[in-house]
Design a binder for this molecule. Structure first.
Ligand code: FAD
Ligand code: UDP
Length: 369
């Protein structure tokens, strides 16, 4: 008999498993993939740690989370400074003085502010109150030139919808700065675990029994009978057999190539921001760890529509889906001895630091004296 059966070996399930094991609880992890770590999983090939499910850069504003995660790995000093490739032209991201300088051939913050302000005024003449969608939010933050070159095409590819049909919150993640600063994030703590993410998960799960290639939902009766409680970190609507309808997600398809050259693009991440290029990003993995190997590995990230046969990578947190999620949450409350958590279980656009925080909050509630 187990104390917990945890469906999913991603960050949420693994942090919970680690903390529960530390408290003497016996945990069984069932994972439907053939690897642990969920989307953080890295695989070592050509002596390069490949982020098989997309670039994962750890960052946080919380000293407590930073100290917590560094129990399991040393982090390097990587700072995410991606580039935008717009029809062959290269610009710095996030939107900052380096971007504006190249885009408008200007040099001072005042010049940039004046251009953005005048573009914002003419593009949003009729806007009353707060921006209501991603297009209005982007125009209001950076004006029409930046919107047209770097946001419109990329976002429509990424989400498969027009920017005016997407929530404004998606774009608020990205900093806009009037300084020459290419750090994609504002958080004071940032880095990549030396050796990749998988060793972190091996440590987190070292005290648990792990069953790979096992879909919890296909064996749930048997698994529920073997554990006092279940933590489900897969998609909440899948747990309930989509009985209220499917939540919407965005899926991705990755291709990976080994190249017989040491350096392909000179930076870990390049965003292709035009509408025509079918992929959104090319990742060159060795640059996450300043690699000097003879060969290199690159991955292209193609967004795709989600259906039940595909991986649900991104929740689409618009009003319609939030309302449906709220109904699933109600159902979840009446599900005895089953907890839900993580990006899919809570249907939230969580980054790793958010997942760690949320998992530790659940631990506090679960093991409160
Ligand atoms: P997941 O990692 O999705 O893990 C859930 C696990 O549950 C999966 O392994 C899945 O196979 C398993 N599972 C699902 N259903 C079942 C079932 N029925 N039975 C058994 N197992 C099941 N965050 C950052 O902080 N920085 C980044 O740079 C960053 N980049 C990202 C890039 C991409 C392309 C994506 C998609 C996400 C990125 N994230 C990033 C977010 C990060 O991946 C998540 O915050 C984190 O991985 C979520 O952990 P989780 O455990 O909630 O979910
Ligand atoms: N975005 C964009 N152009 C870019 C990068 C991002 O328009 O070059 C928009 C896009 O809508 C994306 C959102 O900003 O979904 C958040 O970007 P982020 O890089 O945080 O996305 P993630 O890494 O989570 O996919």
């Amino acid at each position: 008999m187990f104390d917990y059966c945890i469906a999913g070996s991603g960050l949420f399930g693994s942090i919970f498993a680690y903390e529960a094991s530390k408290r003497g609880k016996k945990c069984l992890i069932v994972e439907k993939r053939d690897s642990i770590g969920g989307n953080c999983y890295t695989k070592t090939q050509e002596n390069i740690n490949v982020h098989l499910y997309g670039a994962h850069i750890f960052r946080t504003s919380s000293k407590a989370i930073w100290d917590y995660v560094r129990q399991f790995a040393d982090f390097n000093h990587f700072i995410n400074s991606p580039l935008a490739n717009y029809k062959g032209e290269i610009y710095n991201l996030p939107f900052n003085m380096n971007t504006f300088c190249k885009l408008w051939n200007i040099s001072t913050p005042k010049q940039a502010r004046d251009i953005i302000e005048s573009q914002r005024k003419s593009a949003l003449k009729n806007l009353k109150g707060e921006p209501k969608n991603l297009e209005e939010q982007a125009l209001s933050l950076v004006g029409s030139d930046v919107y047209e070159k770097f946001i419109k095409g990329y976002t429509q590819k990424q989400w498969g919808r027009e920017c005016k049909d997407l929530p404004a919150s998606i774009i608020r993640r990205i900093p806009v700065r009037l300084t020459y600063d290419n750090n994609y994030f504002n958080d004071p703590y940032q880095g990549i675990p030396k050796g990749g993410y998988t060793p972190i998960f091996q440590k987190l799960l070292s005290q648990c029994e792990v069953r790979l290639n096992t879909d919890f939902l296909a064996h749930q009766e048997e698994l529920k009978s073997q554990a006092k409680k279940v933590l489900f970190t897969g998609a909440i609507d899948s747990y309930f057999g989509y009985k209220l309808g499917a939540l919407e997600y965005r899926s991705l398809h990755f291709t990976h190539e080994t190249l017989e050259i040491p350096n392909y693009q000179g930076v870990a991440v390049v965003n292709f921001t035009d509408e025509q290029t079918p992929y959104t990003r090319i990742i060159e993995h060795k640059h996450f760890e300043f690699g000097t190997q003879e060969r290199t590995i690159i991955s292209k990230e193609y967004p795709q529509d989600w259906d039940k046969s595909k991986e649900p990578y991104y929740p689409i947190n618009d009003d319609k889906n939030q309302a449906l999620f709220a109904k699933y949450q109600e159902l979840a409350k009446s599900e005895a001895n089953v907890l839900f958590g993580g990006r899919l279980g809570e249907y939230k656009y969580y980054d790793m630091q958010d997942v760690i925080y949320a998992a530790l909050e659940l631990v506090k509630r679960e093991f409160a004296q």
